[in-house]
Design a protein around this ligand. Sequence first.
Ligand SMILES: [Zn+2]
Length: 262
Amino acid sequence: MFFDTHVHFDDFAADGSLAALLDRAEVSKVWKLLAVGGSPEANELSVRLALEFPGRIFGSVGYDRGLAGEPLDFAALREQAARPETVAIGETGLDYFYEPEKAKEQKALFFQCLEIAAEVQKPVIIHTRDADDDTLGMLADFSKGWKGDPSRLGVLHCFTRDQPFARELLDLGFHISFSGIVTFANADPLRAVAKFIPEDRLLIETDSPYLAPVPHRGKRCEPAFVADTAKRLAELRGGTVESLAMATTNNALNLFGLEEAP
Ligand SMILES: [Zn+2]
C-alpha cells in the first residue's frame, strides 16, 4: 500500500471529483494521503477532510511563502496545528525563484511556522526553491531546538536539488520526498540523487494536482499516480515496488506519528 504524502485537494473538492479520485486511489493501492495546507482556505479544507476520512486522509496546516508579508491569523493556525487530525505543519518554506525580493518576509513567515511546529512537536512539510543556504540555516536552528522524537522533524517535499543538499538535510535528520518529477525524461541528475537516499528517509508524493508522472504527463495529477513514481524509484534503486511501498509507507506513518497499518 502507498502513502501519498503531498496532495493539494482544493481543486478536487471544488469541482466534486473527490469521491471518484479516492476510488481510483484505492484501486492503485494508495490508501493513505496527506492533505497539505498552506493558506487559510487550504488549512480549513485539510482539517475538514481529515475529519471526514479518518485513517485515510490526514491534515497538515501552515502558511506558505506566497503569503509572506500579508496579515495572517497565527492564533487560528496554532489552534488548527494543535488538533489531533493535524499530523504535520505546512507546507511552508522559501522560494527565491518566484519572489526573491520578498526573501526577508518569507524567512519571517517560515520562522513562525517552524516555531509552531516546535510547539506542537509535529513534523514540518518544507518547500524550497533557489534558497538552499537560507533553508539549511533555518532548518539547522530548528533541528537544534527540537525537543521531540529526532526521527520526526520533517520532510523536504518534491525534492529537485542536488546530492550535497540532500546530504545536509539527511544529516540534520530530515526525510526527502520525491514527486513525479523523478520519472521525467530529463531527470537523470535527480534520479542519481534518489538512488542514494537511505531507505528509512525516503517518502513519495504526487503534489497533486501538479506534476503528473510518466506515463500521465499532461493530465491533471492525482494520488493514484503515486504508484507510477514508486515503480520508477524501485527500478532505479534496484528493489521491488512492494518493498519500496512498504518502506515509504512505514516512514510516513512514523514521521506523522500514526499507528502502523494492521
Ligand atoms: Zn505542494
